[in-house]
Design a protein around this ligand. Structure first.
Ligand SMILES: [Cu+2]
Length: 116
């Protein structure tokens, strides 16, 4: 009887260890996802200058530096502003820092800060 108990205890330990390891891995994956998305929202900002603002369409024309994440060299072009509030907080000629991302196929200003 004593031998059976030891055998059960040993079996139990072996069976439980991989399960715990699996939970650990799942926990790590869960905690890494928010970190990855935070890295995305804190991604590098690119210097740009506001050339034209069209409040009606929510488009902002920027003379922008190279945008590595969307594979675009420096140029002047219009972008969709993610929030209408972006259009209100800037004026033509302002120096800004922006994050441009491809949102469902539309190059969109997802972050906009005034450069000081
Ligand atoms: Cu461009």
């Amino acid at each position: 009887m004593k031998k059976m108990m030891i055998a059960f205890a040993a079996f139990g330990a072996v069976a439980v260890t991989p399960a715990f390891a699996g939970d650990d891995m799942a926990g790590m994956n869960m905690s890494m996802k928010p970190a990855a998305s935070m890295a995305s929202s804190n991604a590098a900002l690119t210097d740009a200058e506001v050339r034209k603002i069209d409040p009606a369409s929510g488009m902002i024309t920027l003379k922008h530096g190279a945008l590595r994440n969307v594979g675009m060299p420096a140029m002047t072009m219009a972008f969709k502003a993610k929030d209408a509030s972006m259009v209100k907080q800037i004026h033509e000629g302002d120096k800004v820092k922006v994050r441009i991302e491809d949102v469902d196929g539309t190059l969109t200003i997802v972050r906009l800060e005034k450069a000081s």
